[in-house]
Design a protein around this ligand. Structure first.
Ligand code: ATP
Ligand code: MG
Ligand code: MG
Length: 547
């Protein structure tokens, strides 16, 4: 692993820090499902530990009881495992430390470094000042240690209502860093916690809980996204104040969060899509959640290789979603079997092919791995509507009246007649087959420009196929507008109720990948039953990502 964080780790080791080894953590808040941005953080944290022979913890950052739920705890674990990472026996919860954190808070008070403030949230905000103006000290700032201890204990005992008091660090109301202006470290919330129940009615804030949870767990490198750069001085201040040894205590290092074109990567926004019914759930194949990507047919290997490819930067940028698509296309190109499916069927009758004849033709599964299956061929076939044009432009090398085309793995056919209904819609093509044009046949080598896919009507399986487009319409650069709900793509899902697939897919299982020849990569959706096949298109075949 080569990146600036790895360099910093090597520098620390060289300077004699962290002699016990490197220890990272992935700290999700269980308030939603993980998304592709979290995948980057997971790959980075577990990857750094692995690269340095260290350890990586999974820590649920569950200090915000009203928004958190065990449903999310479960999904987060499932997603990390699916991505291929393991936390072993190192699964922790910030809520496990509530007693210790409380004790640390009392210690800060005793040192004169924290005070109970009666100002309201709005007042605190107003007193905080601006970037150009220093803040104003709260009238409660100089309470005595004993008064602060007493009030803090009464906060814990439930004597006050939500919002009535907070505990603040006592630092510097004139600091150019807004976080250092006496940031709030405990608040009152009479709320049920998914793990600690009703034991607590005060909860630590992120700025307080996070550095201390890191220190308690022996984390050495606390890797987080750039928004927290401004919080780093407080991270260090707090650990200093509580006497953690600079040679062993954790340090925070920030990296740029992943932003993708055409994609929202914010749990809050993703939750809105789910709760307001714009998608079918957190695992809707259009969602950039890990569960959505999984259902869409993304593979763990593709997501990991994408994270590797984009690297780790110190400045925010926007990554082209085509890069993510490129990664899954590469993986599936190597691993997915090729099969034939006709999405928009047009009937073809081979007039010179016997009515009850059936042949099984050899078809290779994947040119990279060999392997083959047999597909049935008979008198009535389906081809793709798009592969026939009655009045084609010059360079149309598929089927046209009087023209010839090769059927993949099979024969050359010639279009002799176009049959239409009363409204002039084409309902059927009547074609002849060149009986010697099969592989190994006398005329197999005849030069025919176009090759198309097909399925035999008698044995074809009916299938539902779901084609996806981006969930959100963006500007030309792929930036998601502020009003992302207003920019939802009304055509992000196209359902084909009756496509036809070759019979080899009869006993396929959810999660199996295929390349439908000429149509793209597909995966079997969990909605599939033995009576009703459902496929999702993962990506098309054409790569829009140029390296
Ligand atoms: P969101 O804004 O989507 O709610 P979050 O940062 O609040 O994300 P957490 O559950 O706190 O979500 O995130 C766990 C870890 O994943 C954090 O260390 C966070 O920095 C990291 N992370 C979250 N989003 C991204 C992203 N887009 N790119 C890289 N890392 C991310
Ligand atoms: Mg967070
Ligand atoms: Mg968040």
């Amino acid at each position: 692993m080569v990146n600036f964080i790895q360099n910093a780790i090597e520098e620390d080791l060289k300077n004699g820090k962290y002699t016990e080894g490197i220890h990272t953590r992935f700290p999700p808040e269980p308030n939603g499902y993980l998304h592709v941005g979290h995948a980057k953080s997971i790959c980075l944290n577990f990857g750094l530990a692995e690269a340095n022979g260290g350890l990586c913890n999974l820590r649920f950052d569950d200090t915000n009881p009203t928004k958190e739920d065990t449903e999310y705890v479960d999904s987060i674990q499932e997603d990390i495992k699916w991505l291929g990472f393991s936390w072993g026996d190192r699964k922790f919860y910030a809520s496990d430390y509530f007693d210790q954190l409380y004790a640390f808070a009392e210690k800060l008070i005793e040192k004169g470094l924290a005070y109970v403030d009666d100002l309201s949230a709005e007042e605190i905000k107003a007193y905080r000042g601006t970037l150009t103006e220093p803040g104003k000290e709260s009238p409660y700032r100089n309470r005595s240690v004993s008064e602060n201890l007493d009030l803090f204990r009464r906060m814990k005992a439930g004597e006050f209502a939500d919002g009535e008091k907070v505990l603040r660090a006592k630092i510097d109301m004139a600091s150019p860093n807004m976080v250092m202006r006496d940031t709030v470290i405990y608040r009152i919330a009479h709320a049920h916690h998914h793990r600690t129940g009703d034991k607590w009615c005060i909860y630590p804030m992120y700025d307080f809980a996070h550095p201390l949870s890191d220190a308690i767990e022996g984390i050495t490198h606390s890797v987080c996204t750039l928004e927290f750069e401004e919080h780093r001085p407080f991270y260090d201040w707090l650990l200093d104040a509580l006497d953690f040894d600079p040679m062993t205590r954790p340090r925070q290092i920030e990296f740029a969060r992943l932003n993708l074109t055409n994609t929202v990567t914010s749990k809050r926004k993703l939750r809105q899509l789910v709760e307001e019914g714009y998608v079918r759930g957190w695992d809707d194949p259009r969602m950039p959640t890990i569960s959505g990507l999984r259902r869409r047919g993304y593979t763990p290997a593709a997501i990991r290789s994408f994270c590797e490819e984009i690297g780790v930067a110190k400045a925010n940028s926007l990554v082209d979603v085509a890069m993510l698509e490129h990664a899954v296309r590469e993986d599936l190109n190597e691993h997915a079997d090729r099969v034939m499916a006709v999405l928009h069927p047009l009937k073809v009758v081979l007039t010179n092919y016997l009515e009850d004849k059936e042949e099984w033709l050899r078809a290779d599964n994947n040119p990279m791995h060999g392997g083959a299956r047999y597909v049935p061929f008979s008198r009535v076939l389906y081809i793709e509507q798009e592969d026939f044009m009655e009045e084609p432009p010059k360079k149309f090398f598929r089927l046209k009246p009087g023209g010839e085309v090769r059927l993949k793995h099979a024969y050359i056919i010639k279009c002799e007649e176009v049959v239409k209904d009363a409204d002039g819609n084409i309902t059927e093509l009547r074609c002849t087959v060149d009986p010697d044009s099969k592989t190994g046949g006398k005329t197999a080598g005849r030069k025919i420009k176009g090759t198309i896919h097909w399925v035999a009507a008698k044995t074809a399986l009916d299938a539902e196929v779901r084609l996806y487009d981006y969930l959100i319409e963006t500007d030309a650069d792929g930036n998601v507008p502020k009003d992302f709900i207003g920019a939802l793509n009304q055509h992000s899902l196209e359902t084909i109720e009756h496509a036809f697939v070759e019979p080899s897919l009869l006993h396929t299982a959810a999660g199996t990948h295929y390349q439908f020849l000429r149509e793209g990569y597909f995966v079997v959706d969990p909605d599939t039953t033995p009576e009703h096949l459902v496929f999702n298109r993962v990506v098309g075949l054409r790569d829009s990502w140029a390296k």
